[in-house]
Design a protein around this ligand. Structure first.
Ligand SMILES: [Zn+2]
Length: 340
């Protein structure tokens, strides 16, 4: 095992790595590892394989990562980015191998985690793989959260001979770093109209400040709705945004609302902005800016602060004039003034 002081470095493969990658492939095949080749593997054939792989990398069809420690290649793994138009969300995990010297040192798990991050960065949510069932790594992938679809008998020859079955496995990646949602101005207006209607209910039914909020999933489903309930509920935290987040959390059974968009008629305050960060909301769309307490750019900029480990995309001013006019009219009515 390697010294623990020097960190593992996982980086994309370059043409300069072909020799080391070829040596690792030859070693893996000699160890009966099922990576598509038969033993003995000619080093020239191994080099040609990696040269072809790196050409695919250059064309955007593949990702190849290398795990290095102190100048020694300890492992590699590849991601084939499926290019069919119907599968923009999918990629195949393949050619994951670690050197004999690195076994048990967590190199394989670190490589798979790095490949998953690379997949997320390319907007891929579903990873598939096949793992040989004879001395194969299906247990390793199961521990990393991959699920089994089934086994195919007599799938491929092992490098040292003999047909072996394979296990088809897959994993849906969590949306820790979801691809930015496609922004659709028509959908933004539609959901903002719903938020405006909810705001009207705050004023009409509860005589509260007319702010409404709608929480929408990445699939466009309304998961939560809310309007201001501070006075009625004797609750300083009962802002429209918080109530919409609470409803969505109950519905999903999860306080993390990954990939969701919050629509709210007024720029959120600091409390609500931080709640959006805690919930890992992907995007905020607000109507009117709030020059007094707005925390999404007007007075504070909590969502744009690089010190947070989660970023929320922000679009302001959607039906902003209408939202602002409704708020003004609510306060004008309180003072007995005619609406604008
Ligand atoms: Zn608030």
């Amino acid at each position: 095992m390697q010294g623990e002081a020097s960190p593992l470095r996982i980086v994309p493969a370059t043409p300069a790595d072909v020799e080391a990658l070829a040596a690792l492939l030859v070693e893996t095949v000699a160890g009966n590892g099922s990576v598509g080749f038969m033993h003995p593997l000619d080093p020239a054939q191994a080099r040609a394989f990696w040269e072809a792989s790196l050409r695919e990398v250059a064309q955007g069809g593949r990702i190849v990562l290398c795990a290095w420690r102190e100048g020694t290649l300890l492992g590699t793994g590849s991601l084939v980015l499926v290019s069919a138009p119907s599968q923009p969300h999918r990629a195949e995990l393949t050619k994951v191998m670690t050197s004999h010297a690195a076994r048990g040192a967590g190199v394989g798990a670190a490589l798979v985690a790095a490949l998953e991050d690379a997949a997320r960065a390319r907007g891929r949510r579903l990873l598939t793989l096949d793992a040989s069932l004879v001395d194969g790594p299906s247990g390793f992938y199961r521990r990393l959260g991959y699920r089994t679809t089934g086994d195919i008998p007599e799938y491929a020859y092992k490098p040292l001979g003999g047909l072996a079955p394979t296990r088809i496995m897959w994993k849906l990646l969590d949306a820790r770093e979801p691809a930015p949602l496609p922004v659709d101005p028509a959908a933004d207006e539609r959901f903002m109209r719903l938020a405006l209607e909810l705001g009207e209910r705050a004023a009409r039914e509860d005589d509260e400040i007319p702010v409404g909020a709608v929480l929408v999933s990445a699939q466009g489903e309304v998961l939560g709705q809310g309007w201001n309930r501070n006075i009625g509920d004797h609750d300083p935290s009962a802002h429209a945004e918080i109530l919409a987040l609470r409803e969505a959390g109950r519905r999903l059974g999860n306080y993390r609302l990954l990939g969701c968009t919050l629509y709210v008629t007024l720029e959120p305050c600091a409390m609500c902005a931080m709640a959006l960060v805690h919930a890992r909301i992907a995007r905020l769309v607000y109507g009117a800016a709030d020059p007094k307490t707005g925390a999404c750019g007007s007075v504070f900029d909590l969502l744009g602060d690089p010190r947070h480990n989660h970023r929320v995309e922000v679009t302001g001013g959607v039906l902003g004039e209408e939202a602002g006019r409704r708020l003004s009219n609510y306060f004008r009515a309180k003072r007995g003034k005619p609406p604008l």
